[in-house]
Design a protein around this ligand. Structure first.
Ligand code: T46
Length: 144
């Protein structure tokens, strides 16, 4: 894609705190499409679990997909990279979501035993939206 918009960690990733509706019966969190917490229409939900502590998932960027990543139980780290800088974000609460809405490389790693990572996405699965080669990502991220 030749006109990939230039993305930065500052503008295209954000840690969002969700409100808890918990009471004496336990915790509850409600997330709605197009809200302060999920700023897009949710078209797909997927989740991953049983990820070994030494496994690294992701290792790709998306051209257009917007997503919020939430670790529902346990913890994991998400490495985000805009082609110029790289940060590691720890997700360790169901009341914390990481929004990624631009051409950002991401890797998920260091899952604790029992961790479940859920992802809310604004579009259906489309392999053509992925860049899975880091050199190609770097080239496109820095020409945008
Ligand atoms: C992302 C990170 C955070 C589907 O058929 N439909 C789906 O909705 C998804 C997510 C995956 N797949 C297939 C594609 C592969 O054959 O499931 C297989 C595993 O997917 P992948 O290796 O891409 O999974 P991760 O954990 O590396 O990446 C996933 C998402 O694919 C990606 O969009 O941003 O989680």
């Amino acid at each position: 894609m030749s006109n990939t918009p230039r993305a930065t960690l500052q503008q295209n990733t954000r840690l969002i705190d969700f409100p808890s509706l918990g009471d004496v019966r336990g915790q509850l969190c409600a997330l709605e499409s197009v809200s302060a917490y999920v700023p897009f229409d949710i078209k797909r939900v997927y989740y991953m679990w049983d990820v070994g502590a030494d496994q690294v998932r992701g290792k790709h960027a998306h051209y257009t997909l917007k997503q919020v990543l939430i670790c529902l139980g346990g913890a994991c780290e998400v490495v985000v990279d805009d082609g110029r800088q790289r940060q590691t974000v720890r997700l360790d609460s169901p009341l914390k979501g990481l929004l990624i809405d631009g051409f950002i490389w991401r890797e998920m790693q260091h899952f604790t035993p029992g961790a479940t990572l859920m992802v809310l996405a604004n579009d259906h699965y489309d392999e053509a939206d992925y860049v899975r080669n880091y050199d190609q990502f770097l080239q496109q991220a820095n020409e945008g």
